[in-house]
Design a binder for this molecule. Sequence first.
Ligand code: 13P
Ligand code: SF4
Length: 331
Amino acid sequence: MNLNKAIENLPEKGYLDIPVPKNIDLVKEINRLRKEKNAVILAHYYQVPEIQDIADFVGDSLALAQAAAKTQADIILFAGVHFMAETAKILNPDKKVLLPDLLAGCSLAESAPKDKFEAFKKQHPDHVVVSYVNTSADIKALTDIVCTSSNAEKIINSIPKDKKIIFAPDKNLGAYLIKKTGRDMLLWDGACEVHEEFSLEKILKLKQEHPDAKIIAHPESRDYILNIADYIGSTSGLLKYVQESDAKAFIIATESGILHKMAQVAPNKILIPAPPENDENSCACTECPYMKRNTLEKIYLALQYEQPEVNVEEELRQKALVSIQRMLELS
Ligand code: 13P
Ligand code: SF4
């Protein structure tokens, strides 16, 4: 397939469907391209190990947005999902932002379509809108302050007590924040299809087998999982907890990609991924199908041909930028 045809097919395929030469050393080629083109590779903790290992920076959503805000590179290759690359573009209109696979979406971002959210906001005009970073640029443009799981509590607490709040789109994180902050928030009915899947029964069985293990969970998980957790936090919070805790074993209720970094920073600890209800996959763990669309091959092709690119129309970008900048100033 030629390049023009592959670019034409991007909306349907998501990635450049061009054969990668069989005899090349992908890591070497990616290193050459990133140097030649002054590109930076930013990766989320849910990426496959080989992508985390070649990234210039690996982090949670907040740290990645902060890294994108201050990079001097000409090209940002985002090994993550679409809303993350879009946030990087909103912060860097003059840089080229590449996402190896445009179909790397997010069920949470999908759960808040623009028209429905706009109508909901109109019904509650006296509310401050706080949106999780896992949203489209359209939703960020309708938002007063963006947050991530690492700063959500701080952002909610920064809003004057007499103000009413809409929190979107994650109802699980929202319910957790209501408990933590005591604020009465209106919640959008969205959820992460990956974090909603953890099995309470299987986690409790694992706890019986490893009674000294700490249960740790991402706040996108359902309340019955959070209720039994010893620690709740963002991906970077979970990582820090495993590194600093005196415990030897951990049952980890978040996407299993984080176990790679955990094993690097805490090599002597026992890391047990929390299983989902339907664990047909061999790892008995939970994987985000969107995060896992990225591969080294797709990263190589994206750097080589500088496609697929993520762009945001200028008027929308300027509106969405305000709510992201408020978050960055508060973080
Ligand atoms: P973090 O901000 O905790 O890395 O979470 C991102 C995400 O997509 C969780 O599912
Ligand atoms: Fe979205 Fe959930 Fe995947 Fe995170 S794990 S990117 S919230 S679908």
